[in-house]
Design a protein around this ligand. Structure first.
Ligand code: SF4
Length: 140
């Protein structure tokens, strides 16, 4: 693996902000948080989980794991609902959820997403505002 291109690292590190011209924005595709495809390929791990068990608590957060929903959530909601379960992103890194959501929408762009993106043009975090401006400028 290349740690600099690893989607898990790129989407779960609060120290990384990809500039608009970085090709990795597109390479991330529709991954919102993490990736871990390699764990399914690794011979030490592949086919070890037989399935059948629900992921504990998934029902409680599933409706929020939607990029359009995340753009409409405030940071208090993200801290309360997503952060306890997806703990790689700490309280100071919650802007990353919105940047990741914007990237997912950009990589599967549909015109109906435009208002969701506009909703964060006035976000308190400059990185979110920059990403939203880039998405709108490149897609509309
Ligand atoms: S499969 Fe995903 S998590 Fe694994 S190294 Fe590649 S990008 Fe990273």
């Amino acid at each position: 693996m290349n740690i600099h291109d690893c989607i898990s690292r790129l989407t779960t590190s609060g120290n990384i902000f990809l500039e608009s011209d970085d090709p990795r924005n597109g390479q991330i595709g529709k991954w919102l948080y993490g990736c871990d495809v390699c764990t399914g390929c690794c011979p030490h791990n592949a086919k070890k989980w037989p399935g059948g068990n629900e992921f504990p608590g998934l029902d409680e957060v599933a409706e929020y794991l939607n990029p359009r929903t995340i753009l409409r959530m405030n940071y208090g909601q993200i801290a309360q609902i997503l952060m306890p379960r997806y703990f790689y992103l700490h309280e100071k890194d919650l802007w990353k959820w919105k940047v990741n959501a914007l990237n997912v929408l950009a990589n599967g762009w549909q015109a109906e997403y435009a208002d969701d993106v506009r909703a964060v043009l006035s976000d308190v975090d400059a990185r979110v505002r920059a990403k939203a401006g880039w998405v709108l400028n490149s897609k509309i």
